[in-house]
Design a protein around this ligand. Structure first.
Ligand SMILES: [Ca+2]
Ligand SMILES: [Ca+2]
Ligand SMILES: [Ca+2]
Length: 184
């Protein structure tokens, strides 16, 4: 059973992915989402742009395989939420489906390639995704668990794991996409 907290998080994620806002996810939505994430990369950073597109394609195939039971190439909100919980975030899929995107996005956002996300890099990433600095600024402070002023790869991965796997309404990673109940 999906907890209310996870339900809300996955529902927020659905709204992010449903780029044409028709209430169904399609391959086109996922491609468009990958493009939005890829915008954060430097112009010459073909490696991470390619990694982002490949990772979203894998996620979509996984969704199709597990969620699209009537094989019409569309995934509804409820199918998405159920499948995220039951398949995508299980140990055998989490690294390949979720962490592959997370790693590629972090590498793309780390535009000075020093291996960590500065506050500016983080805010720039979220601006590309349509999240205003008044949300991403406070989120940065929460996700910077050791308070050293940068988000390390470990802190970033911890946030991703919290976001997808934690039922705790206070988990720091819940702030990954801004407020969970972000109006859409
Ligand atoms: Ca759609
Ligand atoms: Ca950096
Ligand atoms: Ca830190």
């Amino acid at each position: 059973m999906t907890s209310d907290v996870k339900n809300q998080k996955f529902s927020t994620l659905f709204d992010w992915f449903d780029q044409d806002h028709d209430g169904q996810l399609t391959e086109g939505d996922l491609r468009a989402t990958a493009k939005v994430f890829a915008q954060v990369a430097r112009d010459e950073d073909h490696t991470n742009v390619h990694a982002i597109h490949t990772a979203f394609e894998q996620w979509w195939q996984l969704l199709l395989q597990h969620a699209d039971t009537n094989r019409d190439g569309q995934v509804s909100r409820q199918e998405f939420i159920t499948t995220m919980e039951a398949s995508v975030t299980t140990p055998q899929h989490f690294e390949s489906a979720v962490m592959a995107i997370a790693d590629a996005v972090m590498n793309a956002a780390d535009t000075d390639t020093d291996g960590v996300l500065s506050r500016d890099e983080y805010i720039r990433l979220y601006e590309a995704l349509g999240v205003a600095p008044e949300h991403s600024g406070p989120a940065f402070a929460i996700l910077d668990l050791d308070g050293d002023g940068v988000i390390s790869h470990d802190e970033y991965r911890t946030a991703i794991v919290d976001f997808y796997l934690s039922d705790d309404p206070e988990a720091p990673g819940n702030y990954l996409l801004g407020p969970i109940n972000q109006p859409t």
